[in-house]
Structures are given as C-alpha cells and as structure tokens.
Design a protein around this ligand. Structure first.
Ligand code: ATP
Length: 437
C-alpha cells in the first residue's frame, strides 16, 4: 500500500527523520531540520549523486562555491530582473497567492471567495541580507537561489586550473534559498533547500545530443536507486513555460501523493550564462580550441535536482505497509545505499554477556557502515522498528553466539535469516554492499 502524505510526515517526526524548524516555537514552514535518520538519508542521497556525477566520471569535476556572492552575479544572470512569480492578493483574507498555481484565477484558494483577487504583481524570489554593520543598498547581497551561478562564475578558474578540454562538467551540491510565495507540502517546497546541480559544457553543435544523453542518464539514476518506474515520468516543457535562460527543458517528475511534480529539471542553457557573465565582468570566457585556434562560448546542459526534494521522494516511494502472519508490518524498502543505517546490531536479551558480544560485533562493523545498536524491547519489536526506518540488515547476537561465535543476519525485505560466523561478517557484507556502476 503506498504512503499517504500525513503518514510520511508523522513517521518523519516520530522516527527522527525530519522535524519542523524552530519546532518548540511553533515551527517555521519555510525550513525543516533533518533529524539523526534524515541527516543520514539526505547525506546518502547527496553521496550517491556525487558518486555518479563526479567520482565515476573522468569528465566532471566538483566545486563548492559560496552562498554569498556579489550582487552583479545575479544582475548578469538575469535573476534580479526576471526571477519572479506573478502574485495576486486576496482583499478578503489578505492571502498572497501564486497566480500560476490557482485552479481558478478568479477564486481565492484560501477563503474561496470570488472576485477578491487583485491585479497580479511580480514578486522577486531572492532572499537578501546585508554584509557589515550598516544596512545600505551598497552592502546588500542575495542568498543564492540556485547553485548554478557559482559554477558559471568559476568556469574559467576551474577550466584553467584543471586543464579541462570540452566536453566537461562541473558539479556542485549545496544550499539554495528562495522566498517562495507558497512554501508547502512538507519539504517539497521550502525557502531554504538543497540542490544538486551540474553544468556540462560542450561544443554548440553537440548540445542537442548531450541534452538527450543527460535526460536518459538522470532518469536512470533514480531507477538504479530503486525508485518505482511507474512513479517516474519525463515531461517536456512547453515553450511558454521555459525559464529566461532555457532553449529547452525536460523535467523528471515523481508521482507524489498530490500528483505528478518536479524532481529535477534538465535544461539546455545554450551559451546564455557564460555570455552574460563575460559581458558584465569584462572577462573573456570564450573557449579556445587549441587545434583550430577558434574562440567560442561553450553551450551548457544542466541537470538540476533538489536534494531535499529527492530524499523526500525516495522516502515516499520506499514506504510499504503489508501483512505478515496476520500482523501489520511497515517497511521502508530504501535502497541499501540510501538507508539511514545499513545495519542494526541487536543482543537477543539484555544479559550482560550478550551485550558484550553485541558491542564486539558492532565495533567490527562500525568503521565500514552506519549502524545502530538497539538493546531495548523484545527482539520482534526491534525488528519491526528497524523495518520501519529501512535498515536492510539486523544482526542478532544470541545465546548460541557465545558458543559458536556466529550471529543471525535477518534481511529486511525477505525476512529470511542466515547464520554467519563473526569471522566471516566483514566479507559477508562486503559482497552485499559491493558497489556496482
Ligand atoms: P518548481 O517549479 O518546483 O518551483 P523550479 O523549476 O523553479 O522548481 P529549478 O530552478 O529547476 O526549480 O531547480 C532545480 C531543482 O531544485 C528542482 O527540480 C527542485 O528539485 C529543487 N527546488 C527548487 N525550488 C525548490 C524549493 N523551493 N524547495 C525544495 N526544492 C526546490
């Protein structure tokens, strides 16, 4: 049975995956805090992205640019002028609403009144702050609304220092901020969030081919990490939907409990950004072809995904409720690589010698895996608890372990159990966690 929205929100709070930010003061809705399990899940999602986009490729390098950048960056990129949503205000309930998200443009979606919405106004989505002790226009800076511009402004630094030749990519993961008019649907749309973006620079004549390549590769990434294929779709943007920089965009969409919505956008940004920054900074950002001596602006294909949104989608997709021997079992069928803990080590009972042996097994595996030792409650309850947080393996140290130096390894999905000698445990799991492509 798939998860409904409230179930996931509740599970997130009770199991320490996601908490409302400033919870003890009533929450903030614009931002969320990741609890111990959520922090692991989010980190694993980002690590898998980095692994596939940087580590496994010879043609993409990483970057970690600052959140605070000069205002000129956002003037050159076009964000200061056009990064806005048309907004209407309801004269009855004073709600501010995004015009493009209203089902009926004549009706307020909050109070339901008709004819109360004012004329649309453009609202810039960038958050601002001031650097230094005095708040003046000169020291105002924006918090970045995307990580991409940090890549474009470092294009030449990276290319030159790494001696890169086209085609090549620069990847970055990090926080972005948008003053969204209507944050909501839990962590799906927040004002502080995390992105995973890669700018792939290529020759203009190769851009169409690379665009198709990246649409396929990014779709496959979600499938390889176990996302249900029926819950994923590719949607091509209509011309009137395209962002100011885009010559073509395709979204990877997930079937969320409220319907299809965006996980990632793959855009053909042409040479828009490099040209803009070259013009505004007076730096020559053209690429020099050493063979032909020709100078030109590379074109750019950008797969831009949300880390926080993607972690949320993996969580929803993994949630299953099923009946086992007449009892209900909740299980998160997260890919082994994404699960907050790869394994739990459990003594059969709280008896001292069992707890000691359990600790020894935990010490053996802790350098290699994120794991939890859980001593409380009956073994059945502890299995259920680990199922509910998606732990792929439970290792139980029982009374026989004291004699045979072996443990029981239970598989989350099949619930089958293996008896494995402690001496073989490291190899046993190495086989199961062996990295694939
Ligand atoms: P949306 O249409 O949902 O507002 P967008 O098309 O403006 O998103 P992009 O600018 O393409 O988004 O950003 C790339 C990715 O960053 C999105 O696909 C999404 O996963 C993530 N993202 C964007 N805005 C938010 C947000 N407010 N909260 C969480 N994730 C976001």
């Amino acid at each position: 049975m798939p998860a409904d929205f409230d179930t996931i929100v509740n599970l997130s709070k009770t199991r320490g995956i996601v908490f409302p930010s400033s919870d003890i003061y009533g929450g903030l809705r614009s931002a969320y805090d990741y609890g111990p399990l959520g922090a692991n899940l989010l980190r694993n999602v980002k690590d898998q992205w980095w692994r596939s986009m940087v580590q496994m490729r010879g043609d993409i390098v990483g970057l970690d640019s600052a959140i605070l950048q000069r205002r000129e960056v956002w003037q050159a990129s076009g964000h200061e002028e056009v990064f806005s949503d048309p907004m209407v205000e309801c004269s009855e309930c004073n709600s501010r609403l995004r015009l493009d998200k209203l089902e009926d443009p004549d009706q307020c979606s909050v109070c339901g009144k008709r004819g109360t919405l004012g004329a649309p106004k453009e609202f810039n989505l960038m958050l601002r702050t001031h650097l230094g002790p005095i708040e003046t226009d000169e020291n105002m800076v924006y918090l970045r609304p995307e990580t991409a511009q940090g890549i474009f402004i470092n294009y030449e630094n990276v290319r030159r220092s790494q001696r890169l030749k086209l085609p090549f990519g620069i990847a970055q993961v990090g926080k972005s901020f948008r003053n969204e008019i209507t944050p909501g649907q839990f962590v799906f749309r927040t004002r502080e969030f995390e992105q995973m973006e890669m700018e792939f620079f290529c020759r203009p004549e190769d851009a169409a081919e690379w665009f198709d390549y990246w649409v396929k590769a990014r779709h496959q990434w979600y499938l390889d990490l176990g996302m249900t294929s029926e819950n994923l779709q590719i949607r091509t943007h209509a011309d009137d939907e395209l962002s100011h920089y885009s010559a073509g965009t395709v979204d990877v969409e997930y079937k969320f409990p409220w319907g299809w919505d965006e996980l990632e956008g793959i855009a053909n940004r042409s040479d828009f950004d490099l040209k803009q920054h070259a013009e505004h900074s007076d730096e020559d950002l053209r690429y020099l072809d050493a063979e032909t001596n020709e100078r030109f602006f590379p074109h750019v294909i950008e797969p831009a995904a949300g880390a926080t949104r993607t972690a949320f989608a993996f969580l929803i997709d993994a949630y299953h409720k099923e009946e086992v021997n007449g009892e209900e079992r909740v299980v998160l069928r997260l890919d082994k690589r994404l699960a907050p803990y790869q394994m739990a080590v459990l003594p059969l009972s709280k008896k001292e010698d069992l707890v000691g042996g359990t600790q020894q097994v935990a010490d053996l595996l802790r350098p290699l895996y994120q794991l939890e030792v859980d001593v409380t409650q009956s073994i059945g309850k502890r299995y259920r608890r680990q199922d509910e947080i998606g732990t792929p393996y439970c290792i139980t140290y029982d009374f026989d372990s004291l004699d045979d130096n072996a443990v029981t390894v239970r598989d989350r999905d099949t619930m089958l159990q293996d008896r494995v000698s402690v001496d073989r445990l490291v190899d046993y799991f190495a086989e199961r966690f062996a990295p694939t492509a």
